[in-house]
Design a protein around this ligand. Structure first.
Ligand code: GAL
Length: 765
């Protein structure tokens, strides 16, 4: 709440984002917070692929100055306080105000608040934040620096203590809901009151209604909703079963790295929503508070996860006692997030192996029970769970309210042991693909990766050895309807963990790839690192999004050598379609209603390659979710399809063979707003008739005039080593790249993209 007045009631909160100085490696430069010092690279070609081959390890000191306004000064002088709120600093930040140590925090994904009133000077104040990532361990790219927002909050003497306010809705009926508000005042102590909302409008995924409430001069949002995770019927929201159509998301935002941006997160969530997603798992750490704000506003059910492991990947130094570290961070996490109506479950970790002599940081029943109690001290309205992969030994998950299971029906043992416990499929799929590349002939099995090309196939037929393609998961989740839906690994590609071209994967497979041949970002995403949907996006959209029609042809282009024989697949929300090549019908196909007897369990035979892809029993499931015309002989021209449902036409799609490249094309990303502070523009090439040129890796040069700047350029190449911050030019990957433009003023922005010999493109906004 922003009170610019001079009286001393109410609080004044303002952002300290924007220009800071960063001193690092002997030089000082101006940077914009939220900031990620490692995202610009340079990439280290032989560097650690798991963390994105980016130089995130190091130390840096951020500084800036600020002055209190008259209103802020008045509050402080009247006995108030000044708080510095950090949404997240990677890692181990130590904060100084006017040269005096003000505190810090250990876990880089966790926000923290410091009282700094006693250090405030008349006039200018200097703020210094030292970040040290040298000890932060990670299984993916964690970023580095002040990567989330910073706030300055000045409060009156008897203010609400940070993190103390909790709004709950203990009784909800259609005619009235009881709202309970608890908080602690700095001087007067605990407060509690209740009130009634008549005819409450419920928060739901389709209608995320938020209420506002003013408490002690500050405004808070809350939602009224009723939910339960059940053992036999999944997730119930406001009295009806809601199938969780979820995705796991890491916190990086592709070419922007870890630097949080409201607009970039919004674009990501809009993309997910268009696919039909209604649930997000914050893998595997507390997300930016801004992401939860968006989930509240847009209507996503959030599995809010505090940790991956409880070891160095949680920023815990070996000499920090595990129980204290995890409990303290959990308390901070729950205080921070418990007023978000989108949050439905607290997760205390992910795939933590059982504790053993060789892995003392593992799960035990005592630890799960302790951490559940820690969460319950602060919130009894949400269940507490964990994401798991190994069957629980010695009843270690017995005291948790729900358990989440990752891949291939690993939930069966716990279903047998605790039939009354709800189960969530917290990770499904882990399938791979690079859009624009279609392996021919297609993969002959789930593990037939395009190793020779160092790519993964776009027909959506491959997955990690322990996991499955989307179709097999759809079928499994339908059959095991007690599950509260699935969270696909992952909604978007992310930096790091570039399986299958990742060190562990490579070693297990015995491929002998050199470090330089390993990739730097994932192949798992349903959208690429540039945020552009892969073919797989439309497979989900066709099945999940019930409010829009989908028709997408795979391959996503019609440029092949003459006579090339290939399968054509169609991802459609229809149940039937007819395919035409240059006006000739190639036949009408209908989805099958079910595939009786199709295994929902893994079978070793799934790991073997068949003689050809269409003979593999594992792919018997495909006709339930996609339409396939096998062995089409390519000829240039137009490939088109007409889709039907119940005999009525619902959608059409067509691809035309592109001629020679003639021009560069710039188009507003459909999930980005031209009026926003940060705008995403897609780059591609087209022929003279405007048909997109597929498959090209042409380098495109960029220039910008006017009130803006190019902040990053990127494409979906999991192996690319061009810096995202070298914005003068960037190659396309299979025909696409994305330019991210920040508005710096009110005036016009003119972005141009050029390639020698082609017509340039201009985008004015
Ligand atoms: C899971 C793990 C994720 C990610 C994924 C890749 O087992 O929880 O963090 O590593 O595998 O398939």
């Amino acid at each position: 709440m922003n009170h610019a007045d001079k009286n001393v009631t109410g609080s004044i909160s303002r952002s300290l984002d924007g220009e800071w100085l960063l001193a690092k490696d002997g030089c000082t430069r101006a940077v914009t917070v939220p900031h990620d010092w490692a995202i610009g690279g340079p990439f280290e070609p032989e560097g650690a692929c798991d963390t994105g081959k980016l130089p995130y390890r190091g130390q840096g000191v951020y500084s800036r100055t600020f002055k209190l306004s008259a209103g802020e000064r008045a509050r402080l002088d009247a006995g108030g306080e000044v708080y510095l709120e950090f949404d997240g600093v990677m890692a181990a930040p130590a904060v100084e105000v006017n040269g005096q140590a003000a505190g810090g925090w250990d876990y880089g994904y966790m926000g923290f608040t410091l009282p700094i009133g006693r250090f405030i000077a008349e006039g200018e104040n200097t703020l210094k934040v030292t970040c040290d990532t040298t000890k932060h361990d990670s299984r993916w790219y964690p970023g580095a620096g002040i990567y989330r927002s910073v706030w300055l909050k000045t409060v009156p003497r008897d203010h609400i203590l940070p993190g103390s306010l909790f709004i709950t809705t203990p009784e909800i009926a259609s005619h009235a809901a009881t709202v309970q508000v608890e908080y602690a005042l700095a001087e007067s102590g605990p407060r509690k009151f209740t009130f009634t909302v008549a005819n409450p409008v419920l928060w739901d995924v389709d209608h995320p209604h938020l209420y506002e409430l003013e408490v002690e001069g500050e405004t808070f949002r809350y939602g009224i909703r009723d939910f339960a995770f059940t053992a036999d019927d999944g997730f119930i929201l406001n009295g009806r079963r809601l199938q969780l159509k979820g995705v796991c998301l890491h916190s990086d935002l592709g070419p922007l790295g870890m630097a949080f941006s409201h607009e970039a997160a919004r674009r990501q969530l809009l993309t997910m929503r268009d696919m039909g997603v209604n649930a997000i798992r914050t893998a595997h750490n507390p997300p930016a508070p801004g992401l939860l704000d968006l989930c509240d506003e847009m209507g996503f059910v959030v599995w809010d996860e505090a940790f991956d492991k409880w070891d160095g990947t949680a920023g815990r130094a070996a000499d920090q006692p595990l129980e204290e570290y995890v409990s303290r961070n959990l308390r901070q996490f729950i205080r921070r997030d418990r007023n978000h109506p989108s949050v439905f479950v607290w997760s205390i970790g992910n795939e933590i192996p059982p504790a053993s002599a060789s892995y003392p940081d593992g799960v035990t029943r005592e630890r799960c029970t302790l951490f559940r109690e820690v969460c319950r001290e602060l919130d009894t309205t949400r269940p507490i769970g964990i994401g798991a992969w190994q069957a629980c030994t010695a009843g270690c998950f017995e005291d948790l309210d729900v358990t989440g299971w990752n891949y291939a029906r690993r939930y069966l043992p716990i279903r047998g042991m605790y039939p009354d416990k709800p189960i969530i499929y917290t990770e499904s799929c882990s399938s791979f693909s690079c859009t624009g590349f279609h392996q021919l002939p297609p993969p002959r099995g789930r593990k037939d990766y395009a190793l020779a090309r160092r790519l993964t196939d776009g027909y959506d037929l491959t997955a990690a050895w322990y996991s499955d393609i989307p179709d097999a998961e759809f079928h499994r989740v339908e059959k095991d309807s007690y599950l509260a839906g699935e969270f696909v690994w992952t909604g978007s590609d992310y930096l790091g963990e570039p399986s299958p071209y990742q060190s562990g994967f490579n070693a297990t497979a015995g491929w002998g790839l050199t470090p330089a041949e390993l990739h730097r970002s994932s192949h798992y995403g349903i959208v690429g690192l540039d945020g552009i949907p892969k073919d797989r996006f439309y497979l989900y959209r066709a099945y999940w999004n019930r409010s829009a029609e989908t028709a997408h042809l795979v391959p996503d282009h019609w440029n092949f050598p003459d006579g090339q024989r290939l399968p054509v697949m169609l991802y459609t929300s229809g149940d039937e379609a007819e395919l035409f090549l240059n006006g000739r019908s190639l036949g009408r196909r209908r989805k099958v209603a079910d595939v009786p007897g199709y295994p929902v369990d893994h079978d070793d035979k799934d790991n073997e390659n068949a003689e050809s892809w269409d003979k593999h029993p594992y792919y018997a499931i495909l006709p339930k979710y996609r339409l396939i015309w096998n062995d089409v002989a390519f000829e240039p021209g137009e490939l088109s399809a007409v889709c039907y449902r119940d005999g009525h036409e619902v959608a059409r799609v067509s691809l035309r063979t592109a001629g020679d490249p003639a021009k560069v094309r710039l188009e507003l990303d459909p999930y980005s707003g031209a009026e926003a502070d940060l705008v995403f523009v897609r780059v591609s090439l087209a022929d003279a008739a405007g048909i997109r040129i597929p498959g090209v890796d042409t380098r495109v040069a960029f220039a910008l005039e006017g009130d803006g700047e190019i902040v990053s350029v990127g494409n979906a190449d999991p192996a690319g080593l061009d810096s995202f911050k070298d914005v003068a030019s960037h190659p396309l990957f299979f025909g696409y790249a994305v330019v991210v433009v920040r508005r710096t003023g009110e005036g016009e922005i003119r972005l141009t993209a050029s390639v020698p010999g082609l017509d340039s493109a201009e985008f004015v906004f």
